[in-house]
Ligand binder design. Structure first.
Ligand SMILES: C[S@@+](CC[C@H](N)C(=O)[O-])C[C@H]1O[C@@H](n2cnc3c(N)ncnc32)[C@H](O)[C@@H]1O
Length: 343
């Protein structure tokens, strides 16, 4: 006997369609989420219509403490559906092996194999930092302790907020902005637009939002009426580096803001995308990158899909007035015109 109504729909889709038609149609207009590791491991990630379910971000933290062999891959799955603003936190280990090699070889040419002063690297929009670990490991082989590495992201942690005894949990950032509602068996990602087809979901969210706003307000007031749990969206290898290595740091940073450091190299992967930001916003990001790089520093940027897929990107030299292309990968950065036209 299936435990979840959606399974009932899936099972009955072809056999019982006539007998149960009405209840199936109604139930199929509901989209549940993935709320437990059991559901995640069982791969119940799509609804009866093959549409992706939202996955509770709480599972990221549970996986960080689990000894499941594929915990890292499951964490990638959780992040791949988690959206903040316009941007997903999607990331993959070994995502840019070939592009990282190019970065290393351009860096060797530009800075030399041995450096007197410490090389300062900034990896922006790093999600949970798993790709930062890849780059740090490679650069460390060459520059050892003459390296200082900063990985940053706008959302390196979130909080769950709930009232004891209540079913609803909200997921928020530092400011109390509501990102996700967890209301088992539902998960509502407020950054994802829900199809009107799932009208029952729309009704439930509407009802929950009032309660969620009250919880968010209590969170902002630091009220003891709510139970708050911090979820670090930072990969375990990254956490290890933060603890063990004094030359590796992970901080919260918004790419639109100026930063109080000067770098030899900035890397920005899968963030300078036209589907995320307007031209004006992309120029503002480039301004922040430009200001944070020293003259003669490098800017590596590109976009790709899954692990090992080709990166459309470039490596640029920061000159006195702008950026000059040194290396092109595949067809180049999709915002190459903005980078080379920057002044
Ligand atoms: C698609 S992920 C890319 C992660 C990683 N760089 C990679 O390529 O695998 C985009 C990341 O950008 C972050 N992000 C979105 N807006 C940002 C902003 N304004 N400042 C800094 N990071 C931002 C998101 O939180 C997310 O982790």
């Amino acid at each position: 006997m299936p435990r979840f109504p959606e399974e009932r729909i899936e099972k009955s889709k072809f056999s019982d369609l006539h007998t149960n038609e009405l209840s199936c149609v109604t139930l199929s207009m509901i989209r549940f989420g993935v709320c437990s590791l059991k559901q995640l491991y069982a791969n119940r990630l799509k609804d009866a219509f093959g549409r992706q379910k939202s996955i509770s971000i709480e599972l990221y933290e549970e996986l960080a403490h689990s000894d499941t062999v594929c915990a890292e891959e499951y964490q990638e799955m959780v992040l791949s559906r988690f959206k903040f603003g316009q941007v997903y936190k999607r990331t993959h280990r070994n995502r840019f092996a070939a592009f990282d090699n190019a970065v290393l070889s351009v860096a060797r040419k530009q800075f030399g194999d041995t450096v007197k002063a410490t090389l300062r690297i900034h990896d922006v929009a790093a999600s949970d930092g798993r790709t930062s670990v890849d780059l740090y490991d490679e650069l460390s082989k060459l520059y050892h302790d003459r390296l200082w590495f900063l990985a940053t992201d706008i959302l390196p942690w979130v909080y769950t907020v709930a009232k004891p005894g209540q079913h609803l949990k909200l997921v928020t950032d530092d400011s109390g902005h509501i990102i996700e509602l967890i209301y088992p068996p539902f998960v509502f990602d407020l950054g994802r637009r829900e199809s009107p087809f799932y009208w029952i979901n729309h009704i439930i969210v509407k009802r929950l939002l009032k309660q969620a706003s009250a919880l968010a307000a209590l969170f902002v007031q630091r009220s003891c009426e709510v139970r708050v749990t911090k979820i670090e969206l930072i990969h375990n290898k990254c956490r290890e580096l933060i603890e063990r290595k004094s030359n590796f740091r992970f901080e919260r940073y918004n790419v639109f803001e100026p930063i109080n450091h000067r770098f030899d190299m900035v890397r920005a992967m899968n963030i300078l995308n036209r589907c995320y930001f307007s031209q004006v916003e992309l120029r503002r990001i480039l301004q922040a990158v430009f200001s944070s790089l020293r003259i003669g520093g490098l800017f590596a940027t590109g976009s790709n899909e899954a692990e090992g897929s080709e990166v459309e990107g470039g490596i640029y030299l920061r000159t006195a007035n702008g950026f000059e292309l040194l290396f092109r990968s595949c067809s180049g950065s999709t915002v190459d015109d903005l980078i080379t036209g920057f002044n």
